[in-house]
Every structure is written in C-alpha cells, then in structure tokens.
Design a protein around this ligand. Structure first.
Ligand code: CP
Ligand code: NVA
Length: 313
C-alpha cells in the first residue's frame, strides 16, 4: 500500500472499497478506532478552506489525535526553507501531514522526503479526498459506485481530474461537459482512457453529457488561484450551468453533486442546489467519514507503533 494519499490512484480498487467500508462503519458508530491517540497531524493550508480544514481537524480529534493548523506564511514552503527541509523537520514532530497547496509537484516532493504519510487536501491538479467523499455519497444514495453514469459539467479542474482518476479504479460512464478552453488535464484523460475500465468522453455539449446521467456534478468555474479568470470563464461555461432545464436530461432519480463552495446562480442555480435531487450537504459531511478512513488506512500500515484500534460493538 502507498505511504501517501496524493491521488485516488494511490489506492487500489480493493483499498478504496475497504476505505468506504471503514468509513461507513465509523459513520454508523459500529467502530471507533483510535490510531491517533497521542499523535499529531500537521494540517498545512496554502489556500483557504472551510470543509477540508474542519473535516480534517474534527476527524483527527475523533481518531484520538491532535491537529496543528499551519498557514502558508508560517511554513514558507520552498521560500522560508526548502520543501526537503520542511519534510524532514515535520517528520520529526508529527505522525502525518495533510497539505492543501497550489503546485501538485511540490506536494509530491514533500511526500517523497517525509517519513510520515502525506495526504493531499487539494492541489491545482487534484482533489482526491473530495472525490472519495463524493463516491461514498454516491454509494449511499445509489447503493453502488460501479456502473454509474457520471456527468461532470463545467471547468475541467482538480475535481474533474480526480473523477477521471476514479474512473481507473471503478467502471463508470464518465462524461465531462466543458468548453474547448477548459478541458481537464490531457495526460489524465489519456491515462484513464488507456486503462480502459470506464467509458470516458469529453464533450462540448452540456445536454449530451447529461443524457440519462445518474450523477450530475459541478464545481466553480474559476478555482482558487484563478479568480481573475472569473469573467472569461462565465462566458465560456454559461451553457454548462446545472439548472432545472439541464436536469430534465438526466435520469429522473439522478443525484446532483457540488464539492462546495458554490457560486449560486453561476455553475448551479438555487432551485437545483436546494432541490430534491441535491445531495451537496451529504457530500460535505462525507468528507469527514472518508478522510477518517483514509487516515486510519494509512496509519494501519504499522499498527504496533501507531496505536490501538478500539472496537465498540
Ligand atoms: N470542498 C472543499 O474542499 O471545500 P473547502 O475548500 O472549503 O475545503
Ligand atoms: N476546484 C475548486 C475546488 C474547491 C474545493 C478549487 O480548487 O478552488
């Protein structure tokens, strides 16, 4: 098993299924493992966050550990000191590092030199913890992950790229509906197509992407770090807004997802976000359960050293 969780592809399909099982067992209160008793996790944020920060901090507390919130100014990653030095120093103090950053390569470098597990809490390229929570939510609402038709509408960003990675682990019909200028990472698309487990398509037609979808997914049109592109993106992506008209093309029992935060009235309307198909707040909650399971799995690689699993049954 991988030391780190930087991408969905760091876990095998079986490891992801085990993670979901563990997450649901913890969510239902069936088990309460405490692998973080007496341990600390550095939570490094080079970008803002509500869900990721709170779900990790609460999750770490529920697993018996202590989280340390470290801002970009404090860590000065690659500026105040090298990524190598920061990785070595943090590894002497903490038992795990969670990081939200801009540059995915910087996170890979941190993980390479850290002696403790590193978890990706979002980079410009990927948002794997988000899509783990999303798949868990789909599993709860649709009773399966495999075989779903997933339509991702809007910017081909870090969340879209992580859905493409997920499609190398589970068989989906994954349609990305976006503009020619906002397509997902080409290398990730090609890899997913090459693996051949899922049907992968990128279309510039929102209705074509949405047709008979089980899951309708959207995210902001301009991600953190690219808010200056907001006006341009609005023009490029307005036909991909998830609204009542578009919803008619999906399956009658489709679920609507958004990783949040949302720009209501842009990529999604109030009617859809607050409507009967929306599961956006279940998704937000499932970040907590999915991430706790990810942390337990990463730490369970050295159970003797990492502490006890306490069972309540
Ligand atoms: N979905 C998500 O990662 O939200 P935050 O940016 O608030 O952490
Ligand atoms: N794509 C968004 C996701 C936020 C959770 C961003 O990177 O800003």
């Amino acid at each position: 098993m991988s030391k780190d969780f930087l991408a969905i592809t760091d876990f095998t399909t079986d490891e992801i299924k085990e993670t979901f099982e563990l997450a649901l067992d913890m969510k239902s209160g069936k088990i309460a493992p405490l692998p973080l008793a007496g341990k600390a996790v550095a939570c490094v944020f080079l970008k803002p966050s509500l869900r990721t920060r709170v779900s990790f901090e609460v999750g770490i507390m529920q697993l018996g550990g202590k989280s340390l919130y470290i801002t970009g100014d404090e860590i000065g990653l690659g500026k105040r000191e090298s990524v190598y030095d920061a990785a070595k120093v943090l590894s002497r103090f903490v038992d795990m590092i969670m990081i939200r950053a801009f540059d995915h390569k910087q996170v890979e470098e941190l993980a390479k030199h850290a002696e403790v597990p590193v978890v990706n809490g979002l980079t410009d390229l990927l948002h794997p913890c988000q899509v783990m929570g999303d798949m868990l939510t789909a599993l709860e609402h649709k009773e399966k992950v495999e075989g779903l038709t997933v339509a991702y509408l809007g910017d081909g960003n870090n969340v879209a790229n992580s859905w493409l990675n997920a499609a190398t682990r589970f068989s989906f019909d994954l349609r990305i509906g976006t503009s020619p200028e906002t397509q997902p990472n080409q290398e990730i698309v090609e890899k997913a197509q090459k693996v051949g487990l899922s049907q992968i398509s990128v279309t510039f037609d929102a209705k074509e992407a949405t047709k008979d979808a089980d899951v309708l997914y959207t995210d902001v049109w301009a991600s953190m770090g690219e808010k200056h592109l907001s006006d341009k993106r609005k023009k490029l992506l307005e036909s991909f807004q998830v609204n009542d008209d578009l919803l008619k093309h999906a399956k009658d029992d489709c679920i609507v997802m958004h990783c949040l935060p949302a720009n209501r009235g842009e990529e999604i309307t109030d009617e859809v976000m607050d409507g009967p198909h929306s599961v956006v707040f279940d998704e937000a909650e499932n970040r907590l359960h999915a991430q706790k399971a990810i942390m337990v799995k990463l730490l369970s690689q050295a159970p003797d050293e990492r502490g006890a699993f306490q069972k309540f049954e």
